[in-house]
Ligand binder design. Structure first.
Ligand code: FES
Length: 509
């Protein structure tokens, strides 16, 4: 029976097994408890261990089984939303520090790869910004000029070029960003985890935190009944589970789509390619033994605001086949969730109002660099009390001139609550085919009802256990998405992704 949610599998998962780890069954005492075993949590745990701290790492699911396994492994220090936007929103000084910190994150990954001899396809390569399909040459040249000028302001290397080896763009105005990077994220992180454990770090899977008691000494209660007591705690979950609104009101969850295809070796030069659309489409390669795998991504939308994954995959495939006509068979398709902040920078640092609790969230489509950077930043905050990049990422920073964004992102919450006044989406359970879900009215409340891929009907309250927004069915991933702050629930109601800590309450079917 599919009660796990997350029905698709990424190219990385098909290629590398997730590391095995025990459940936490006995109480633990440590210097730092790290919650969330994706790239941010593992990097933070590892850097703190290297700095001499005693660290326990836990995850509600398998280690590396969350959004890190669904990345497309972009190790580009260039701001995902465009450097000109970044400069506009954060100002030149902070944008420069952002750029410097993102470059440092890639350098840090490269150092670990070299020091530990990790075989993870890490390589430096060029990144190319090329025109969106609808753009004429004049508009593309204008955007190139704008991004070129912003790169100069933040200290990012860039050059004007003519063309990329994608059909229809052979002589287009493009920008080349040298010294970007990519890698196989699961191979890299498995090796980091192995070294973490060899050095005495402890990692536990299947160990959801269900209660948090803050104070000079922190207590995290695990679903098994065990407790972790620590001096510091770090929440490195996709969406933080310890803050109620202070940080959630500065971010919005988006779903993004990716596909992998076979491609003859050498048919496309190894580089990162992304276009000028908003949200943008992108192409990159994952090298295999005899063949390359091309990864294409895009078609993002706010979580829960669309359930048309198949149509989005079709559009993505049509887009990439037009650019690379020699593309072979599809080998994987998957989706993931990114937390977009209102100013394009992650929220990494002290949890608002706390001195010994830290968070790393708001990946903004750059989870790999933000994750590795979180390792350096939070290590310094815990060990030394400060870090030079703290002002860029401080979770308690005030919304800047992007206030309009701030308001519009939070309208999701208001709009969602008004859904309680609308009719349910389905009239009866009989309306549901296998793999479908919908909202059913039950007096004044609403029920989230789905028929899983084995035909079993599940019925729960549709009210998210975080702050009560109404969940929406995601037929691509066979789970319930909460549009407000990114919680996800499996068909059986269990939590797949925070900030919710508790499952959807069950209703008898
Ligand atoms: Fe906050 Fe659902 S994630 S209300």
């Amino acid at each position: 029976m599919n009660v796990s949610g997350e029905a698709t599998k990424s190219v990385w998962i098909l290629d590398a097994e997730l590391p095995a780890a025990p459940r936490l069954e006995r109480d633990e005492r440590c210097d730092v408890a790290v919650v969330g075993a994706g790239i941010a949590g593992i990097s933070i745990a590892y850097e703190l261990l290297l700095a001499g701290r005693n660290v326990v790492l836990v995850d509600r699911g398998p280690l590396l089984g969350g959004m890190t396994s669904r990345t497309t492994a972009h190790l580009a220090p260039i701001c995902d939303d465009g450097l000109s936007e970044l400069v506009k929103v954060r100002g030149e000084k902070l944008a420069r520090r952002y750029q410097e910190s993102q470059q440092a994150a890639v350098d840090r990954i490269e150092k670990h790869v070299k020091d530990l001899g990790i075989d993870c396809d890490f390589r430096r390569l060029d990144g190319f910004l090329f025109p969106a399909a609808w753009m004429d040459e004049e508009e593309a040249a204008k955007q190139c000029d704008q991004e070129y000028a912003a790169a100069g302001k933040v200290g990012a290397a860039v050059e004007h070029c003519k063309g990329v080896p994608l059909k229809g763009h052979k002589s287009a105005p493009v920008l080349r960003y040298p010294n970007q990077a990519t890698f196989h994220p699961l191979k890299y992180l498995r090796a980091i985890l192995a070294d973490f454990e060899n050095r005495g770090g402890k990692a536990f899977a299947g160990s959801a935190v269900i209660e948090i008691e803050e104070g000079d000494e922190l207590r995290l209660r695990i679903g098994s009944g065990a407790t972790i007591t620590s001096d510091h705690a770090v929440f490195a979950t996709n969406s933080p589970i310890n803050t109620v609104v202070a940080v959630h009101s500065k971010m919005a969850p988006y779903r993004t789509y990716a596909m992998a295809f076979e491609l003859s070796k050498g048919a496309l030069p190894d580089a990162l390619y992304w276009d000028m659309d908003d949200p943008y489409y992108y192409v990159r390669l994952n090298p295999g033994a005899d063949i390359d795998y091309l990864i294409a991504g895009g078609r993002d939308h706010k979580s829960g605001e669309a359930d048309d994954g198949e149509a989005r995959f079709d559009a993505l495939e049509a887009w990439v086949r037009a650019l690379v006509p020699e593309l072979g068979d599809e080998t994987a398709r998957w989706s993931g969730q990114v937390l977009e902040t209102i100013d394009y920078c992650g929220c990494i640092g002290r949890s608002p109002g706390s001195s010994n609790v830290f968070i790393a969230t708001g990946d903004s489509g750059q989870g790999m660099t933000h994750g590795a950077l979180a390792g350096l930043l939070i290590r310094d905050l815990i060990v030394d009390g400060s870090n030079q990049w703290e002002p860029v990422y401080a979770p308690n920073r005030k919304p800047p001139s992007a206030l309009a964004n701030y308001v519009s992102e939070n309208l999701t919450l208001v709009k969602n609550f008004t859904e309680y006044l609308l009719p349910g989406e389905i009239k009866s359970i009989d309306d549901l085919k296998v793999g479908e879900g919908g909202i059913l009215r039950d007096g004044l409340s609403k029920l989230a009802v789905c028929r899983d891929r084995d035909g079993k009907v599940h019925m729960h309250s549709a009210s998210c256990t975080h702050l009560g927004c109404s969940v929406h069915w995601n037929s691509t991933e066979q789970c319930w998405d909460c549009p407000c702050h990114g919680s996800q629930f499996a068909p059986d109601g269990s939590v797949l992704n925070g900030p919710a800590l508790q499952p959807l309450p069950q209703r008898p079917s």
